[in-house]
Design a protein around this ligand. Sequence first.
Ligand code: DX5
Ligand code: ZN
Length: 227
Amino acid sequence: MIKLAPSILAADFRDLGNQIKIIEDSGIRYLHIDVMDGMYVPSISFGAPIISSIRKTSNLIFDVHLMVEEPIRLIKEFADAGADIITIHAEACKHLNRTVNYIKELGLKVGISLNPSTPLNILEYVLEDIDMVLIMSVNPGYGGQKFINNSLEKISQLKNKIDSMSLNIDIEVDGGITQENVEEILNAGANIIVSGTAVFKGDIKENINSFNNIFNKNILAREKQDE
Ligand code: DX5
Ligand code: ZN
């Protein structure tokens, strides 16, 4: 199943509640929430109070992407605020295995994110324990950056690895994704597509529809191939 996860980093915060409602009414199921601490990444975004506030009126799956140093310190706070999936950066954890287990003990789904220069083999001893891998296709820290092309090769290598181990793990890709390049990202093997600018800039509903049209065409093309 291909899913779009709009990133609220690109939302108009004066109107956040309404914009999330438009997303929810358009049939979207995932909301990507970028938490930045000004240490692990250069900028600061928002924290748990914003998440508990939007949790009150939204039934979307909250996909919380923690771009923070030593996330284990903050995971309980984000779980209590209403996260459904917590994604941590492998590079930001001293004890990755412990951090993964802690998220699972709290009953949440767990994702591991890799920066563009981080090799896939960092996942070697943890892949079987997680629900999702988040491949960063820009250096984390800002919205609106340009997609780094060698991410495509990384996505397909990861997809092959997951398939060869018969695991059921989502591949999410984040950064610089637009209606122009999303198709090749899907073809490489991704199934959760994060997009900030290309969803929130202009008409949200129209932007989501054009992503959905591309997703549907891609699914049909694959079904044809399998025939
Ligand atoms: C980048 C964030 C992304 C960002 C994506 O550090 O993790 O989720 O919001 O934004 P766009 O789609 O504008 O590249
Ligand atoms: Zn993100």
